[in-house]
Design a binder for this molecule. Structure first.
Ligand SMILES: Nc1ncnc2c1ncn2[C@@H]1O[C@H](COP(=O)(O)OP(=O)(O)O)[C@@H](O)[C@H]1O
Ligand SMILES: [Mg+2]
Length: 273
């Protein structure tokens, strides 16, 4: 990703993401000696190119399963998932996946970890190093290029993992509660960092979170999953102006309005789960 300077005038880039289409998907999981579990009931959704969509809903309602179907890691029992018209499959270089666990290699420095996906693609070493360093600079880790994961704080490790995901400029970014293990202040900071990068790059994003306020500050749309078996029960468009400032939004009336409206639905599902 060409690094937007943090002090440059803010602007939104043109959308570059893939169109993601999930059609009539359902998912059963078999477990030995038990009836198969219906994890996702018949579900359809479309994420338009460059759209930022958040999934919220109670634990166990199938959010990760749908994300894994989009990543091609789980094959739906029924229905189809396509990215720009092509059936979702594992290992696509244009799809980035970021989890709550950073998954960094402990024997590589921050720079080495961010270089890894480019090395796997055969990017010349000097170019990989240049891009990795630029990306780490962008997320505020310019002084920690040569630190090992064990020498970095939790938030710094997650920023490194974010850099590793974004450095190869995926047009689809899948994130499963990526900031959930961070303290509140670090989480706000990282939301801001990621939003800035996304506003520049405009990939299609599917972002799972437990945190409704996080969903509202980031998303164009919020899909609420109902208690098991998982199914989308509500679809909210978040018309907050972009570019957004995560800290300022905490005091924005419209933001609080969205929170109350969506929370009234989400609360019932959490209670039912
Ligand atoms: N590989 C699997 N094998 C069996 N059951 C699974 C598997 N993955 C998920 N499940 C079950 O499917 C349901 C949905 O899980 P998941 O998609 O992880 O929910 P969420 O991410 O919303 O918490 C849960 O009941 C979970 O236990
Ligand atoms: Mg999950």
């Amino acid at each position: 990703m060409s690094s937007p300077s943090m002090s440059a005038p803010e602007r939104l880039g043109p959308p570059r993401g893939a169109r993601i289409e999930v059609s009539d998907v359902y998912q059963y999981f078999a477990s030995p000696g038990k009836e198969p579990v219906l994890a996702v009931d018949t579900t359809s959704l479309v994420i338009e190119p460059g759209e930022f969509v958040c999934f919220v809903g109670p634990s166990g309602c199938g959010k990760t399963t749908v994300l894994n179907q989009i990543a091609g890691l789980v094959k739906p029992t029924g229905g189809t998932v396509t990215l720009d018209g092509k059936t979702a499959k594992e290992g696509r270089p244009d799809v980035g996946y970021l989890l709550a666990r950073d998954g960094l290699l402990p024997w590589r420095t921050a720079l080495g970890n961010v270089m890894l996906p480019m090395e796997l693609r055969g990017t010349p070493r000097a170019e990989a190093e240049h891009r990795a360093a630029g990306m780490l600079e962008t997320v505020g880790l310019g002084k920690f290029l040569h630190s090992y994961p064990s020498q970095l704080s939790h938030g710094m490790r997650q920023r490194t993992a974010l850099s590793r995901t974004l450095v190869v400029e995926p047009t689809t970014i899948l994130m499963d509660e990526p900031f959930s293990a961070l303290d509140a202040e670090t989480r706000l900071r990282l939301q801001g960092v990621f939003l800035k990068l996304w506003e520049h790059h405009r990939s299609s994003v599917c972002f799972v979170t437990h945190d409704l306020s996080e969903a509202i500050v980031m998303a164009d749309r919020i899909l609420v999953f109902g208690a098991r078996p998982g199914k989308i029960i509500a679809d909210y468009r978040i018309n907050l102006e972009r570019p957004r400032n995560v800290l300022e939004l905490q005091e924005n009336d419209q933001y609080h309005h969205y929170f109350q409206e969506i929370w009234s639905v989400l609360r019932k599902e959490l209670a039912a789960a």
